[in-house]
Ligand binder design. Structure first.
Ligand code: ASP
Length: 325
């Protein structure tokens, strides 16, 4: 499969925050993701849209879904994909982030996919290296491709996400998934509800444009989708919740609880999920309600779309430089 002719010049070289995207950018990403979703369901998934480009996966934090799907996305698009093993790198010998990045940039990759525990690391690397950077999760800040794949999954069911009522429940305080989803769902015009104990909500939550609840049964009323979040224990410095058992009792998703939602409610989780803490295992595996594995499938397609569009920008910028435009 060869490169598509684009009628829209995607104006971004980086994807660092959902706030960088406008509704047209999002529509184009979803259109291309729908294309790749269909391609990925055929036995011939290979394409050459990124042929000649090198994608560097630079993950300073653990990842299964995100790293695996970026790798698969890059490979299916014909890029050379290098997974940089941070645990065995000079970073573990005390090299600064800036030096590691500039060293890697000197090898002339084209796109750097970055996950880091520090907020702002992807933007810092974009500025330092001049490479195209995709944020694959920075601390508690943002995870833009997760939000895109979540809304894309919902749009596959509904057509439009705008006007729907979506509840995000759990550890909102520490969640970059929540922050990116709230940003994107606001752009798309959804009604957003948040539900968490006060200890797991940020102090400025009233400025986020969401309705905030502490009681899950109240929050679930007439929702069209519910997204459970993982408790980010790695970002908790003390006891934010009494026990996993009590958390499940108050904030865990179950079939019984969902009875007050819209009858076609969709259940989501970005993974990795803790069964019995955030969601009942039967609900997680319910093929009628749970779209958790669809989210994973959408993740590859959305990341293909993002890499493809950024690849187009790189080629266009290069062409313009060559012709002095
Ligand atoms: N995989 C998501 C992230 O990296 C969610 C999680 O880890 O809980 O933020």
């Amino acid at each position: 499969m060869t490169r598509a002719a684009f009628s829209y010049d995607f104006p971004h070289r980086h994807l660092i925050s959902v706030a960088d995207l406008n509704p047209v950018d999002i529509r184009i990403i979803f259109e291309r993701a729908a294309h790749w979703l269909a391609v990925n369901r055929t036995p011939d998934k290979s394409s050459d849209v990124l042929k000649g480009l090198t994608v560097l996966n630079l993950f300073f934090e653990a990842s299964t879904r995100t790293q695996g799907s970026f790798e698969m996305a890059g490979k299916r698009l014909g890029a050379d994909v290098v997974n940089f093993a941070v645990a065995h790198s000079s970073a573990s010998k005390g090299e600064s982030l800036s030096d590691t990045a500039r060293t890697l940039a000197a090898m002339r990759p084209d796109i750097m996919v970055v996950r880091h525990s520090a907020t702002g690391a992807p933007r810092f690397l974009a500025e330092r290296t001049g490479l195209a950077v995709v944020n694959a999760g920075d601390g508690m800040h943002e995870h833009p491709t997760q939000a895109l794949l979540d809304s894309f999954t919902l749009a596959q069911h509904w057509g439009e996400v705008g006007g729907k009522r979506i509840l995000i429940v759990g550890d909102i305080l520490h969640s970059r998934v929540a922050r990116s989803n709230i940003g994107l769902l606001n752009i798309l015009g959804a009604e957003i509800r948040l539900c968490a104990p006060p200890t797991l909500l940020p102090s400025d939550v009233d400025q986020w444009g969401c309705d905030v609840f502490h009681d899950l049964d109240e929050a679930l009323q007439d929702c069209d989708a519910v997204m459970a979040l993982r408790q980010q224990k790695e970002r908790m410095s003390g006891g934010f919740v009494p026990s996993a058992r009590e958390f499940f009792h108050l904030f865990g998703l179950t079939h019984e609880r969902l009875e007050v939602c819209s009858p076609d409610v969709l259940v989501m989780h970005p993974g990795p999920m803790n069964r019995g803490t955030e969601i009942h295992t039967k609900l997680a595996d319910d093929p009628e309600k749970s779209v958790i594995l669809e989210q994973v499938e959408s993740g590859v397609a959305v990341r293909m779309a993002v890499l493809e569009l950024i690849g187009e920008t790189i080629r266009r910028d290069f062409g313009n430089r060559e012709t002095g435009q």
